[in-house]
Design a protein around this ligand. Structure first.
Ligand code: AMP
Ligand code: MN
Ligand code: MN
Ligand code: MN
Length: 272
């Protein structure tokens, strides 16, 4: 079975509408897919609950922060219609909007013109994300390219990296579990933590009720996978796998890019 349990639609910062994302996943041979948009489950309102050619696992990617670092927690097999989940999503979306206003103020001070309006026009109905700001900064000529926008203004530790609005780790895990889901620590390698710091994060995540971590996320070198597999085993977590696909143009990341989870791992899907 080919699993891809982490990807984005245009309900958050992805390019494709949910139905197109599913069509593309099927093209790439994915048999079990979870669309995990940032702080929203809107994709599932646009899709029938059952799909003919693949199994859809309702999911979400919640934003939180831990020790002032932005952390993402994926919820798999959630119930998007659960009242606590709906309330939680509303809370995160309000936080996202307030945060976007703060980001915009900071960018304006740095010389960008009308960043809130510009990013909002790009986001359409989706909650405002840093990629929408990045795209606007490029399109308006303020930055030369997307990478520069993140490197100078929006990436970790830069003025546009505003995190204080997000719910805490405990709340996020409670929401996921409360709606019947499994909490998964997303892309641990992306936080660029030392091993000991990552182990402390995982300890806290487990104490909060977290049960799994992504051992494979996007394109990863084998040594990283081996390291994460070791940590996953050591910490007694279930293992998950996902492309974190956003755009059709990024050649390093496509739907269903991972054929197999390392044999030693206990797959999270045993719990679905
Ligand atoms: P937000 O949800 O507003 O915090 O935006 C987070 C999203 O921004 C991530 O899911 C990525 O899609 C994107 N992102 C974060 N950091 C970078 C980066 N350094 N370069 C490109 N995209 C990034
Ligand atoms: Mn994203
Ligand atoms: Mn993420
Ligand atoms: Mn993601």
């Amino acid at each position: 079975m080919l699993y891809d349990l982490h990807c984005h639609s245009n309900c958050s910062d992805g390019e494709l509408a949910p139905t197109d994302l599913i069509a593309r996943a099927i093209d790439h041979g994915v048999e079990v897919l979870s669309i995990t948009d940032h702080d929203t489950a809107d994709a599932y309102q646009q899709l029938p609950a059952t799909q003919q050619t693949l199994t859809l696992i309702p999911g979400i990617e919640f934003s939180t922060s831990w020790q002032k670092i932005g952390i993402h927690i994926v919820g798999l097999n959630i119930d998007p219609t659960d009242s606590t989940m709906v309330a939680a999503i509303n809370l995160q979306q309000s936080a996202r909007q307030r945060r976007a206003e703060t980001i915009a103020q900071k960018l304006e001070k740095l010389g960008a013109e009308r960043p809130l309006e510009g990013a909002q026009a790009i986001a359409g109905n989706a909650g405002l994300s840093r990629p929408h700001f990045a795209q606007y900064l490029v399109e308006s000529g303020f930055c030369k390219d997307y990478n520069q926008a993140f490197k100078k203004y929006l990436g970790a530790g830069k003025p546009g990296d505003v995190k204080q609005e997000w719910a805490c780790l405990q709340d996020v895990v409670d929401w996921i579990r409360g709606s019947g889901g499994i909490a998964v620590l997303a892309h641990p390698h992306k936080y660029k933590m030392t091993r000991s710091k990552l182990l402390r994060l995982i300890e806290d995540f487990k104490s909060a009720g977290g049960e799994a971590m992504e051992v494979l996320s996007g394109k990863q070198t084998p040594d990283i996978t081996q390291n994460l597999q070791g940590i996953c085993e050591q910490m007694g977590l279930l293992a998950s796998i996902g492309s974190d696909f956003h755009h059709t143009q990024t050649s390093w990341c496509y739907l269903g890019m991972h054929p197999h989870l390392p044999n030693a791992c206990k797959p999270v899907w045993e719990r679905f």
